[in-house]
Design a binder for this molecule. Structure first.
Ligand SMILES: Cc1ncc(COP(=O)(O)O)c(C=O)c1O
Length: 468
């Protein structure tokens, strides 16, 4: 039962209070698509305002697409696009359709170029660390007998010592509080996302993520029939007006963010922005998925509180070893409120996507190796040297390329004016990832500097000097 008068927010002007109330009633599904609103006259009585105030509020909501006026019959809540029933098997066509997107042409070109490379290509298109930078953890002692014994410590959420090691690292770094939370091991961050979406959403549900974003080209959303809505992210500020609008129009269920060393911008969302985003999401009860795969690489002085530590009950946290120990480790994890954790574990078991024990035991040996911390320090130092040298070369030789130097991670997000930049750089044997992969234009591109040791830095300088 809607209590129109008492639920009206205590804000002025009154027509705004009315729009806000109707928006939240739609969001909370107390007003359903196709439902008829009381007449303007009736609403004016219920709210104890002039009829013109109600008219103005309804006009705003109609032009925002939330209401529909039918002449002679009244005002109705807009219909959402038809939602079909849950498919029982994977729709392979959707995977195949992916190949027709404009970004897949670039992906194919990048794969082809690498396949034909005879050592000439300066590869700045990689998603991860080059092999030579992956921490060298030496000899990890494991014999088969120990491995068999380790299986006794297998729990539903994964290999217990690994869960404890990861939990301990997070608590030490103060990224997470693990009380009343479930930490479960998965086969990487992508798999975590798939598991979360599959467990919590239904076909036709909507999620939002930043634009530009790595998630733009992820096949996961189409595979499970989830609708996606990009929210502009400019200088690491999310357009909160667009976010609110999209939340209301499309009944967004989840907001997916990669706030630290974001892929592709390499930048960090500030604490102030995080709090603003959280506040809005809390207001509309939108859950946040925080993808923190680069969290390992953040220097303590630059560390910003994770969304998860700011609002443990509203955020599902995911991370993995891919950006540190290589993506072939296929080890990731999720930290979720207990009730959600239980659901995720059930679905994980049902879908039989429980990660290999062998990989989990190895990952635990790697993370507890005595050289682990020294190796990470060595890695972050080397990355910062490479970042400094590469940005120096680019500033010197490409003054018209605009980019912000990030504090860590391995990406530069470069904006310039030439829409053919991908092809032109490729002619110089420089391979980058163009903007359309991340949902922006051909004038933007992502440059992974991690691959640029001294020799490649010199080659990069030589290749770009030819332009001058
Ligand atoms: C932001 C982000 N999330 C998730 C992934 C995938 O991680 P994983 O290899 O653990 O599935 C990537 C890989 O590039 C990424 O950049």
């Amino acid at each position: 039962m809607i209590n129109w008068h008492d639920d009206l927010p205590k804000i002025k002007p009154k027509y705004l209070a009315i729009t806000k109330l109707i928006k939240s009633l739609i969001q909370e599904e107390k007003l359903l698509p196709g439902q008829r609103l009381p007449s303007e006259r009736k609403l004016a009585q219920l709210f104890d305002v002039d009829r013109s105030t109600v008219s103005r509020a309804l006009l705003e909501l109609t032009s925002a697409g939330l209401l529909i006026k039918k002449s002679g019959s009244g005002t109705y809540i807009s219909q959402l696009p038809q939602i079909h029933s849950l498919p029982t098997r994977v729709n392979w066509n959707l995977f195949l359709e992916n190949n027709k997107t404009n970004y897949s042409l670039y992906q194919n070109k990048i794969t082809q170029t690498r396949a034909l490379d005879n050592g000439m290509i300066l590869d700045a298109a990689g998603n991860e660390l080059p092999m030579e930078l992956i921490p060298n953890l030496g000899l990890l002692q494991m014999n088969w007998q120990n491995f068999l014994l380790a299986q006794k410590q297998a729990q539903d959420a994964g290999y217990l010592p690994l869960i404890q090691t990861i939990g301990h690292i997070h608590e030490q770094k103060k990224q997470l509080k693990l009380t009343e939370q479930t930490l479960l091991i998965t086969g990487g961050a992508q798999q975590s996302l798939l598991l979360i979406l599959r467990s919590l959403l239904r076909v036709g549900d909507s999620v939002a993520f930043a634009q530009p974003s790595y998630f733009n080209s992820s096949a996961i959303f189409k595979t499970i029939g989830v609708r996606t809505f990009p929210i502009p992210l400019t200088d690491m500020k999310m357009d909160l007006n667009v976010l609110e609008d999209v939340i209301l129009k499309h009944r967004i269920k989840l907001l997916i963010l990669n706030p630290t060393f974001q892929n592709p911008t390499g930048d960090i969302i500030s604490l102030e922005q995080r709090q603003k985003i959280l506040k809005l999401c809390q207001e509309y009860q939108i859950a946040i998925i925080e993808d923190d795969v680069f969290g390992w690489l953040v220097d303590s002085k630059d560390e910003v509180q994770t969304f998860k530590s700011l609002a443990p009950e509203n955020v599902i946290y995911i991370s993995s070893l891919s950006k540190l120990l290589g993506s072939s480790t296929r080890i990731g994890w999720i930290v979720a409120p207990e009730a959600i954790g239980k659901r995720l574990l059930q679905v994980q078991k049902k879908l039989d996507i429980v990660p290999s024990m062998l990989a989990q035991v190895m990952a635990n040996l790697a993370l507890t190796d005595e050289t682990f911390n020294t190796e990470i320090n060595k890695l972050t130092k080397e990355l910062s040297i490479r970042r400094k040298n590469v940005t120096k070369i680019l500033h010197e030789l490409k003054p018209d390329w605009n980019f912000k130097t990030p504090k860590g991670g391995f990406y530069l997000w470069i904006k310039q004016n030439d829409p053919d930049i991908f092809e032109k750089l490729l002619k110089k044997n420089i391979l980058v990832k163009p903007g359309p992969i991340y949902g922006t234009t051909k004038k933007d591109f992502r440059f992974n500097f991690a691959n640029f040791d001294i020799e490649r830095q010199q080659k990069l300088r030589a290749a770009l000097t030819k332009d001058k």
